[in-house]
Each structure stands twice: as structure tokens, then as C-alpha cells.
Design a protein around this ligand. Structure first.
Ligand SMILES: Nc1ncnc2c1ncn2[C@@H]1O[C@H](COP(=O)(O)OP(=O)(O)OP(=O)(O)O)[C@@H](O)[C@H]1O
Length: 502
């Protein structure tokens, strides 16, 4: 166990309101040097809010903060980072249109300027060093950030934050955007910071990960701190109970072994994409939950996109054998009763400015017409309300813009919109990303109910327990190819999957 030092950051009696929403309710917290402090709580419990106030991203409604013993009231994120508090935010934190190097030194270009002239070569060289410092060598600082995928953009953010060796390193729900190797890299950086007598605030919904890497866990519920638990007292059942205020049963995956029909509903016939897949074939059956797993770079996310017509298939085809329809774009997929939940919810699945209701209703316009013609307000309302209730989407009301929701609640909106649509084929890419354990259980139940209704589901995931827990059949991908196939009826172990992945 690590020795903790003096108090580095202190939050006293902090409140934060957003209109009628009370996000933080008289919160007290003291983070010491040398500790990794985990924050855990249901979606919308206030974890991001308190951390982002410490990191200057937003201001508290009332209360005080102290940093290194002095009153602390940063006016901006930039001021906080210049004073040694850096945060990796949950959502995308890079700007697509500017270069990797510009992202890394955003707000700090002065050091590379001589008068009005920017020394780009110097900036790129320094950005390269910043990336190397966290162990990343494959990202080119001169290229625009948009050239990189979600995980690489997270690495760029990590390099930006770690460049100045922050005294307080805040990591908000970042690991779900990273592959295993990215996660290991982040854990190393966190432990290194703590060993150097700095401090880490670590937010995650993965209890195992939190219990493994944190010294203390702070449990939040509805903006209130329920408990601070020291490492020697960590006990999973107790933590879950404190999080949700009731007992959470351990097993929330399906328990049956019911199998699926022999009818093929979707086929990938030797498909090749620009980057990830080379002559890849797959068959999905009616009533089947087909799990797709592997390391993040194995091609599984590209596969999901290609099956839904979002990634160009340069050779081969994606086919609905029943009708003979070839899926060439998302419009055709949608018209043929397919749905797709993207891993990258903010940019690919949500209209952030639009309301919760409008986002959920966006897939169901035809279902909510009266006499097949006019949109029925009543029908639309009921349609959206059902999802808000069954997934416990935490919002003031359904007209609240999605951008005001916590990360996990946004994910519930994406999931809800496709569940509501009642698609026949659903492609889910990391559907439970950033979602708390209580709602995960509800999502698994909804997925299972779809299967029971004869719907077919592809579930792409980096979480092995959910793949094993839910799939009828599981394909493990490596380098864009199937490297192992596992059947629920035969039973298998996690270790066999890992062997196929690496
Ligand atoms: N800009 C905003 N406008 C209105 N309400 C907001 C805003 N930001 C956060 N909230 C609300 O504050 C509450 C706390 O949100 P916060 O993001 O801190 O939760 P969280 O614990 O980090 O959740 P998650 O696990 O889903 O990320 C939620 O009810 C959320 O809807």
C-alpha cells in the first residue's frame, strides 16, 4: 500500500446546480499527494461535475476549494492546467481540423512563435517528444487529428495533459475509449504520477479496474458523497450497494442456452475495406446474439460500420439474403430495418443540440404517424417516454438537450433510440460504454428480449464478460480475420478468448 502525503486538493461544501438539477449537493473531498482516488457512482451522480470544477472547466454554484493550501478558483481549464491540474475529459477532447501538434499545445502556442510567425517544425518536434514521453510513437504530430481514430485521439489528449507533469491528473471515463494496450499505458502513467507524490482522480464504471488501481474510492449518489473507502476495505458487493442504495445481484447476464434459428438474415461475403478487413465473411442468424471481440485494432469496429453501410466496402458485399438487398449505405440499412449503435456516440449517434425526445424519436418517424400521414405528438411522446423510463435516463424532462446529459445517460439515449425502433437486425458497438452497472443489467435484458422476439443482434465489445455472458456465438478477431469461434452451447473460458486475441 502507498503512503499518502499532504492534502493537495480540497473541496469544501461544494454545490452545483444546473437550473433545477442539483448535480452536487454539499460535497467535501480531500485528495492527498501520492494517491490514486477513484470516483464511482451511477450515471449522473456528479463525478464529472466535481472533477471538472477542480480542473477549471466549469464553476461551482457555491462552496470552496483549496489547492496546495491556497484558495483555488480557476477561471478556465487553461488556468488550471498551467497551475498543474490536467484533465482527460470523457467526451472527445481534441479538435479534428487542427494538427496533432496544435492539439497538444492548444492555448500554449507562444513558445513556438517569433513575432507573428509560428515555428511549426519546432512545435512538431516538441509534440513528438510529448507523445514519446507517454510511450506513443506511431502518431504523426504534423497530421490533422481527424486522421486518427477515437483511441488515438485519446492518446493525443493524454500526451497533452502529461506534457507538463501535472500535480493532479484527472482521468474521466477514459479507459472505455482505449484498447487493452492503451489502458495499460494509462495505468502506468497514473501509478507513476502517484509514485512521484502527485495525485490522480480516476473515474470509471469498471469496478474491477477501480479496485485494482485505486488507493481510495469515493462513492457518489445523486450529487452526495456516500462514503470514502480505503483500499484494505474494498469489497465489491458493499461498493455496489453504496452506489445504488440497494442490493445488486451478481449475475445479470442471460442464463439460458436456447440457441437460434438456422435462417441467415445478414451475410458479409468476402468483404474488403480500405484499412481493416480483407475478404471477411460472416453469417448472422435469426434470433442470434453474435458477439464480436478482439483487441481494439483487430478490425471489429470497422466491421460494424461496414455491415451498416458506413464504411466503404471496396470488394465483396453485405447482403440481406431474404430480400437480396445489398447494403451499400446506411440509408439502405435503415430502410431494411437495421439499426446501429456507434462506439463514438457524440459524433456518430447523437444530435447533441436536439432534445432527448427528438433523438429517440428520430428513428421512429413512420411508426408515430396517425393515419399513416401526420406525426402524432401523443404517439411520439409515448414512444420516447418508454425508453426514458425503461433505461432510467436521468434528465429534467424529455425536452432537455442531450448535450446537458451525463456521458452514461447520453449512451442510454443512443441505445434507447434503436431499441424503440424495434429493428430486425441490430449492430451494437460497445453498447454499454460508460453505463453504470444497474442500467447495464437493463440493457442486457432488453437485448435478450429482442433475441427472444426473433431479432438478430451483433454485439461488438471489448468487455469479455459481457461477450461471454450474452453471445450465442462469439467470433474473436485478430488482424481483420476470425481467429477463433466459440459456441455458447459448448462452453468456453475467457483465457481461450485471450489466446485468440493476442
Ligand atoms: N451542462 C449541463 N446542463 C444541465 N445539466 C447538466 C450539465 N452537465 C451535467 N448536468 C447534470 O448534472 C448531473 C451530474 O452529471 P455528471 O456528468 O457529473 O454525472 P456523472 O456521474 O459524471 O455521470 P456519468 O457516469 O454518466 O458520466 C446529471 O444529472 C447531468 O444531467
Amino acid at each position: 500500500m502507498r503512503e499518502k502525503g499532504e492534502i493537495l486538493v480540497e473541496v469544501k461544501d461544494m454545490c452545483k446546480n444546473f437550473g433545477v438539477t442539483v448535480a452536487l449537493n454539499h460535497v467535501d473531498m480531500a485528495i492527498r499527494r501520492g494517491e490514486v482516488r477513484g470516483l464511482i457512482g451511477e450515471n449522473g451522480s456528479g463525478k464529472s461535475t466535481v472533477s471538472s470544477i477542480i480542473a477549471g472547466i466549469q464553476q461551482a454554484t457555491s462552496g470552496e476549494m483549496f489547492y496546495k493550501g491556497q484558495p483555488w478558483k480557476p477561471a478556465s481549464n487553461l488556468e488550471a492546467s498551467r497551475s498543474g491540474i490536467g484533465m482527460i475529459v470523457q467526451e472527445a477532447g481534441t479538435i479534428d481540423s487542427i494538427s496533432v501538434a496544435e492539439n497538444i499545445f492548444l492555448g500554449n502556442y507562444g513558445q513556438f512563435k517569433k513575432g507573428p510567425v509560428m515555428n511549426r517544425a519546432k512545435m512538431n518536434a516538441e509534440a513528438k517528444k510529448a507523445l514519446e514521453k507517454i510511450g506513443v510513437t506511431h502518431i504523426n504530430p504534423a497530421l490533422p487529428a481527424r486522421m486518427y481514430d477515437m483511441q488515438e485521439r485519446k492518446l493525443i489528449e493524454i500526451a497533452r495533459t502529461m506534457y507538463s507533469d501535472p500535480d493532479v491528473f484527472v482521468v474521466d471515463e477514459t479507459t472505455t475509449a482505449l484498447s487493452q494496450s492503451g489502458r495499460e499505458l494509462l495505468y502506468r502513467l497514473m501509478h507513476h504520477a502517484a509514485a512521484e507524490n502527485r495525485a490522480v482522480i480516476f473515474i470509471s464504471h469498471d469496478l474491477e479496474e477501480l479496485m485494482e488501481h485505486c488507493d481510495t474510492l469515493t462513492v457518489l449518489r445523486d450529487g452526495v458523497i456516500i462514503d470514502n473507502i480505503e483500499r484494505e476495505d474494498f469489497e465489491a458487493g458493499d461498493i455496489k450497494r453504496k452506489m445504488v442504495g440497494r442490493e445488486i445481484k451478481g449475475n445479470y447476464y442471460r442464463v439460458d442456452n436456447d440457441g437460434y434459428s438456422g435462417e441467415t438474415v445478414l451475410k458479409a461475403e468476402c468483404i474488403t475495406t480500405m484499412n481493416a478487413l480483407l475478404c471477411f465473411s460472416l453469417e448472422l442468424h435469426k434470433g442470434e446474439i453474435l458477439g464480436i471481440g478482439g483487441l481494439s485494432e483487430c478490425g471489429m469496429h470497422e466491421l460494424g460500420k461496414a455491415l451498416y453501410g458506413l464504411e466503404e466496402v471496396v470488394d465483396g458485399r453485405v447482403l440481406l439474403p431474404g430480400s437480396g438487398t445489398v447494403i451499400k449505405n446506411a440509408k439502405t440499412a435503415f430502410r431494411n430495418k437495421m439499426g446501429y449503435v456507434s462506439k463514438n456516440r457524440d459524433t456518430e449517434s447523437l444530435e447533441l443540440e436536439a432534445s432527448v425526445a427528438a433523438n429517440i424519436q428520430s428513428t421512429g418517424l413512420d411508426k408515430n404517424r396517425s393515419f399513416g400521414l401526420f406525426l402524432s405528438f401523443k404517439k411520439e411522446k409515448k414512444y420516447a417516454q418508454l425508453q426514458v423510463d425503461s433505461l432510467a435516463i436521468k434528465c429534467v424532462n424529455m425536452l432537455q438537450p442531450v448535450k446537458a446529459l451525463s456521458g452514461g445517460n447520453k449512451q442510454k439515449v443512443v441505445f434507447g433510440k434503436w431499441i424503440a425502433d424495434d429493428a430486425d437486425i441490430l449492430i451494437l458497438d460497445c453498447p454499454t460504454r460508460g453505463v453504470d452497472i444497474g442500467v447495464k443489467a437493463a440493457m442486457y435484458q432488453l437485448i435478450y428480449e429482442m433475441k427472444k422476439k426473433g431479432k438478430s443482434i451483433i454485439m461488438i465489445s471489448e468487455e469479455m464478460p459481457e461477450l461471454i455472458g450474452m453471445s450465442d456465438r462469439l467470433l474473436v478477431l485478430k488482424d481483420g480475420k476470425v481467429n477463433g469461434e466459440f459456441l455458447r452451447k459448448d462452453g468456453y473460458h475467457q483465457n481461450e478468448l485471450i489466446e485468440c486475441m493476442i
